[in-house]
Design a protein around this ligand. Sequence first.
Ligand SMILES: NC(=O)c1ccc[n+]([C@@H]2O[C@H](COP(=O)([O-])OP(=O)(O)OC[C@H]3O[C@@H](n4cnc5c(N)ncnc54)[C@H](O)[C@@H]3O)[C@@H](O)[C@H]2O)c1
Ligand SMILES: [Zn+2]
Length: 359
Amino acid sequence: MADVSVETASPLKAQLPPGASGESTDVWGAAASLFRQEKKACFVVADANVLRLHPSLKAALKGHVVVSLPARESSKSLAVVERLSALAQMLPRSGTVIALGGGTIGDVTTVFAHLHKRGVRLIHVPTTLLAAVDSSIGGKGGVNVKGLKNALGVFHQPDACWLCPELWVTLSESRRREGAVEALKMAATLDAAVFLRWAWGAVEQSQWIREARALKTEVCRVDPYERKGVRVVLNFGHSFGHAIETASRFKVPHGEAVALGMVCALDIGCATGVTPSSLRAQVLAQLPQSATLRRRLQKAFRPLKVGALQKLLWADKKNDAPQTLKMVLLKALGQWTTIDVEPQVWQAQMRAWKSGSEP
Ligand SMILES: NC(=O)c1ccc[n+]([C@@H]2O[C@H](COP(=O)([O-])OP(=O)(O)OC[C@H]3O[C@@H](n4cnc5c(N)ncnc54)[C@H](O)[C@@H]3O)[C@@H](O)[C@H]2O)c1
Ligand SMILES: [Zn+2]
């Protein structure tokens, strides 16, 4: 157990059966030893790339049932959930499902864990930084329907999250940046002190992962089912982000789309008088590869037509009524609000976005 450290466990939780506290335990350690410590056979849904890149996992996974999936958006489907169900018939209600992968594997596995025998214990092993700071917390799972992102979804709290840094060494630089984008989203909207500390100097990877996880965990504790108007803050940058991601048919990866969506949200914040332009500049400067943001946004917007974009924005789950667009905007570092944005407001920004300039 020397290489494993357990965090956030409370004495009360230790007396409860798995999942009963609704609280997830963070365990930092090596994946191989954590898998070996699970005494009963678990049902592991694993990213095929991760299994290929980390052959040493093979021995550790012995004794567990392992199903490998490609980590692409098409794997987030009801057809895949059905396939998992057919393969997991032997897994009892007291059994454990483990999602070994990034947000794609995590999302579809969460839906499966929620539905299998009306819900079984779930452990996330996030293999991307985006999953480590974001998708492995808060219990959201989703599948896409007819190209519409996360059209069907569930809340199913994980019992634990295993954070295994050795799995992250094979991530590309661009995947690392995607994790940093979601972490920065949380610091900018929720905690000025954290944002400024990250901006001032190099912060170790495990440190910013812990801090971002703590921010998201607190939001989800206050508003676990996104009904109290708090959890919506995590969607900062996601209104346009999801639209860009979906319009590109998921060729623009999630974290990159969110970075571009944050540019849109900051521009709209300035246009509506919510975001001071100095704040926009401060946040944009901290986004990875900030010098090329406008060019990347221009490229993403080039094929987009107003009508198609309108439909995608209206399809956003945060909207309170049909044909409206509710956006999270930044008022100050660590302070946010939501407003209904009229079509003429964002359409007035389109010319600048399409030409690569700042509105
Ligand atoms: N449920 C939530 O709260 C939530 C939050 C944010 C994002 N998401 C969802 O997460 C998905 C995106 O997930 P993601 O960004 O984690 O990526 P991903 O799971 O789509 O994986 C991206 C790529 O990285 C590869 N990969 C994964 N781990 C690797 C590793 N250790 N080394 C090398 N390559 C590795 C995958 O094989 C894949 O090719 C989207 O569908 C998004 O909607 C969900
Ligand atoms: Zn996201």
